[in-house]
Design a protein around this ligand. Sequence first.
Ligand code: SIN
Length: 489
Amino acid sequence: MLTTLTVRALLRQQNFIDQQWRDASQRFEVTDPATGEVIARVPDSDAGDARAAADAAHAAFPDWSRRTARERAQLIKRWHALILANEQDLARIISAEQGKPMHESLGEVRYGASYVEWFAEEATRICGDVVAEAVPGRKMIVLKEPVGVVAAITPWNFPLAMIARKIAPALAAGCAVVCKPAEDTPLTALALVYLAEQAGLPRGVLNIVTASRVRTPAVVDAWLADSRVRKITFTGSTPVGKHLARESAGTLKKLSLELGGNAPFIVFDDADVDAAVEGLMAAKFRNGGQTCVCPNRIYVQAGVHDIFVGKLARRVSALRVGPASDDASQIGPMINARAVAKIDRHVRDAVEKGAHVVVGGERVRTEDGPHYYAPTVLTRATPEMALAGEETFGPVAPVFRFSHEEEVIRDANDTPFGLAAYFYSNDVRRIWRVAQALETGIVGINEGALASEAAPFGGVKESGYGREGSRHGLDDYMHTKYLCQGQLG
Ligand code: SIN
């Protein structure tokens, strides 16, 4: 797909540090997740490259933070326009390195761009408070200030949207940024940074280094140890998030952690079953089930269980599995061999413990490669199965039958994670009761598509803290300063 890029310059294979495209001492290979074919070679950066990026960001911060909010907003808007102007090429890059079908990649470009536009607008609305006089002759003023240099560490499942919704608020707040994209999907991030350069972002304000799985710890450790890096924003697994929280304690950095989920999706007897099936299709099978907010446990009340499963099975068996380049594909390859092995382990374990395979339940072997997994529906799922406790991150929908509301709330909350939850009901009293009882940062009520730049995205419990999107997403990149002026009486 990369051979069909209209703007070849978007295919960057170097780091961007201090306004220069630079090599590192080594490179690593980026591969097509379906075929394993090498599609690019990018820098395998080390601690020295990471420090050079932090040096550049640190030097750029004073000037950038002092520019007017309007000036920052205009540059971010220009970046937004360039992202949209290059949406087809960006989608091709996402599909090539991540495996998402083209129509979904295009959706991701627009989704990511919506955060860039939103934060360009929010930049001009940053404001503090003038506090009512508490002591005669004193003025008390509260300012919002950018935290400083931000390190953004991003995942592979949304290679454009995740980085956009971290970098855009950081820049809007007046922070300078160093970033490291996931080793599986560095090309989209590099293209995005190239467009920011074209938009006229000043020298050193945005820097990117790429690194392989082996060298990533050296890059991240360099930023963790660097007291000039004042904030880390990370999307990824809970164990890595905990590591970052522990290791950044030495310099007490501000943190935003968007970590793992184990989302329950509950269908009550009083729900509109067709709407619930549609909602589940949207939430579960987007990106082949590789999203943190994917329903991982589907609880269906006994009275509608069989009808729900029948309708779901019909929809799922019609899903078309195939390469990202095929317009008709709905489920692309999984990101790598480890991902497919985990999905298969979950399904095997569930079947051994009594689950019934209604649809799918196995790898799909295509000429295109071994990383495809059949969209799957399982029934008779139980809490003892591995898929009830761990995020499967694949196209598997395990259905648990339940009888009572209290029972399902207890089971839904019986997890260390708390990112998203969904439920379908038409009883207004139940809606409020259940929405309040679910221990998650996001709740979908009769809705499967939750994400929006205007909403705060983030979790509770071991799904992390901090919010992305909405006005709260900007707050995460600022601190609050209190000025007290006396002798005015
Ligand atoms: C994620 O999987 O982390 C993000 C999903 C989304 O933005 O909807």
